[in-house]
Design a protein around this ligand. Structure first.
Ligand SMILES: Cc1cc2nc3c(=O)[nH]c(=O)nc-3n(C[C@H](O)[C@H](O)[C@H](O)COP(=O)(O)O)c2cc1C
Length: 182
């Protein structure tokens, strides 16, 4: 599979099967994230992998209401944070910890896609609540929670507004709008 085929095949669907994931598969997701490049090689990403029933309940309790009905089926939640104290801050004040984290999350999501899994990132969660629920380091800024699982054909648990979305054509700006040539 080419990288463009992998990217085109990735879709953040919400229909997830209630089925545990293999530990080796989960380990590959961590490895994909670990191999990400970062500014000054600071590697500011930190991940909390939550697979226990008790831990998953705690994550779901921190999600926005719109995410709860579909995400609660996910066998794995990845709470992805950037560690501010590991930022590469440039002399002009530019900071890169969130940029680096974003790239590592994308690598994790692509590794999940290659394994045939759904990996949907969510900004819809209460950051303070998740920080408290898992005792995150005060230097860690949680940016997304990624719901990971096997895709499901069954969409009966989804609100009507979410069903069939995975089959719709991808919505993206045309390349002319995002690329300028000189
Ligand atoms: C930073 C970020 C936050 C997101 N937050 C949510 C969310 O809270 N709930 C949700 O259902 N999808 C969320 N998404 C998924 C996007 O809605 C989805 O990626 C976008 O609509 C494009 O669809 P595609 O990924 O299938 O191409 C988020 C995506 C990103 C990158």
């Amino acid at each position: 599979m080419t990288i463009l085929e992998l990217l085109a095949g990735r879709k953040a669907t919400r229909a997830i099967a209630i089925e545990a994931l293999d530990r080796t598969v989960i380990g590959d997701l961590a490895e994909a994230a670990r191999l990400t490049p970062s500014c000054y090689n600071k590697q500011p990403w930190r991940f909390l992998f939550v697979t226990s029933d008790e831990g998953r309940d705690r994550v779901v309790g921190c999600l926005a209401d719109g995410n709860k009905p579909w995400a609660l089926r996910a066998p794995l939640f990845v709470v992805a944070s950037s560690r501010v104290s590991d930022d590469c801050e440039l002399p002009d004040g530019r900071r890169y910890h969130q940029f680096d984290l974003g790239m590592s999350v994308m690598n994790l999501m692509l590794a999940a896609t290659e394994q045939g899994l759904v990996a949907r990132p969510m900004a819809g969660f209460d950051s303070g609540a998740i920080r408290q629920a898992f005792g995150l380091d005060e230097q860690d800024e949680p940016m997304v929670v990624v719901a990971v699982g096997k895709p499901s054909e069954d969409e009966s648990h989804l609100p009507d507004s979410f069903s069939g979305l995975g089959d719709r054509p991808r919505q993206r700006r045309p390349v002319e709008e995002i690329v300028t040539w000189k």
